[in-house]
Design a protein around this ligand. Structure first.
Ligand code: KG4
Ligand code: ZN
Length: 364
């Protein structure tokens, strides 16, 4: 193998995806994904309308071993070929995080390889650099089932949170609206599908925190407004459902556009020298076409280079954990085998906590 190359096994078990991947980092910092295996437990949790932590932890125990074997096999490597073992150490559902982290510790210990205990959010934050050589600093918008936040990614291990949700995560809001309408879990894709045939002007839902001079989000009032409309309608026709979905999506889109404008202003104040900052949008909600249009428009209006990783790297996966591990290893940031799993672990440790930040959602 070439000098300076590293091969990292990544393990992700913080929510309802059991995942293992092997990533190669070249001496120059470019990445190659050698394998990326994800087992979704969606079907196990669907009857409960959300993720059940005990079911998730048990499923990770049952499948992780095999998935790691598959990831190593597809990469054509043996454990002794690895340069490090990375696992999500938080934030997330504690039982699941413990399963993955303990497995990583076992492999690291038995093979005498460095352990890389990765913050799941750092995995999302650095995914852009797994795809292409994006220079620091850049702007990250993370919109998933458990998190909704803007971060300035200053460097590996250096994050500055510009704003976060003060209540529900955006994906959670989509899921709750879907549940109100009887559309099943996960709700985001269902809401999007129904919204396509709906009249977005039929219901005037609130645009939470619009115009505020910070970058925070709030979605619980919007969800309550949707609930009131749905209850007021009584029995829902297909058209009612479509109109509620379209009106909800329109409120979210306008809110996002407003918050994004604020985030760009704050980014430019912090880094006036960066001519065309990259905007990375990560998390499952980034798959939404209506919102993608908002990001594309905002990027051209504000002079940003938009990067939306493909869905398999945008939603929870182990390649992003392996890559964050590779970036950390390159800087000598390895971890002690005694490191503990954490349910809560904000990326930006200097920030004063906001209720909802780094919180345990259905997913991180
Ligand atoms: O990133 P993700 O797969 O898991 C984590 O939360 O980490 O995100 C899942 C969330 C769910 O809340 C799901 O409803 C939402 O992303 N989602 C969407 C869409 N696809 C997934 N929300 C809106 N529109 C979509 N097309
Ligand atoms: Zn995630």
């Amino acid at each position: 193998m070439d000098q300076g190359q590293t091969h990292i096994l990544g393990i992700e078990t913080s929510c309802d995806e059991t995942a293992a991947a092997v990533v190669r980092r070249s001496a120059g910092g470019t990445a190659t994904i050698l394998s990326n295996v994800v087992l979704s437990q969606l079907k196990d949790h669907a009857p409960y309308g959300g993720v059940v932590p005990e079911i998730a932890a048990r499923a990770h125990i049952n499948h992780l071993d095999r998935l790691i074997g598959q990831a190593m096999g597809e990469a054509g490597l043996a454990f002794q070929d690895l340069d490090g073992v990375a696992a999500t150490a938080g934030p997330g559902l504690l039982g699941g995080v413990i399963v993955g982290l303990t497995m990583a510790k076992g492999i690291a210990l038995s093979q005498a390889k460095p352990l890389l205990a990765v913050n799941h959010l750092e995995g999302h934050a650095l995914t852009a650099r797994l795809l292409e050589p994006v220079a620091f600093p850049y702007l990250l918008l993370l919109i998933s089932g458990g998190h909704t936040q803007f971060q300035i990614v200053e460097g590996v291990g250096y994050y500055h949170r510009l704003g976060t949700t003060i209540d529900d995560a955006l994906g959670e809001a989509f899921d709750k609206v879907a549940k109100l309408l009887g559309l099943g879990y996960p709700g985001g894709p269902q809401v999007e599908l129904r919204a396509r045939h709906g009249n977005a002007a039929r219901f005037e839902f609130p645009r939470p925190l619009k115009g505020r001079k910070d970058c925070n989000f709030s979605f619980s009032g919007l969800k309550t407004a949707v609930r009131e409309v749905v209850h007021g309608l009584g029995t829902l026709t297909d058209q009612d459902v479509a109109d509620v979905c379209a009106s909800f999506e329109a409120a979210v889109a306008e809110t996002m556009s407003d918050r994004l404008k604020m985030a760009v202003t704050l980014f430019r104040e912090a880094h006036p020298d960066v001519a065309e900052p990259a905007l990375i949008v990560a998390g499952g909600v980034a798959a939404n076409a209506r919102l993608k249009a908002v990001f594309t428009n905002a990027a051209s209006r504000h002079g940003l280079k938009l990067i939306v990783p493909p869905a398999r790297l945008c939603t929870d996966n182990a390649a992003m954990i392996a890559w964050a591990g590779a970036e950390r290893l390159a800087l000598g940031l390895t971890d002690d085998l005694g490191i503990a799993a954490r349910a809560r672990w904000p990326l930006d440790l200097a920030q004063t906590p906001v209720y909802g930040a780094g919180r345990l959602g259905p997913k991180a």
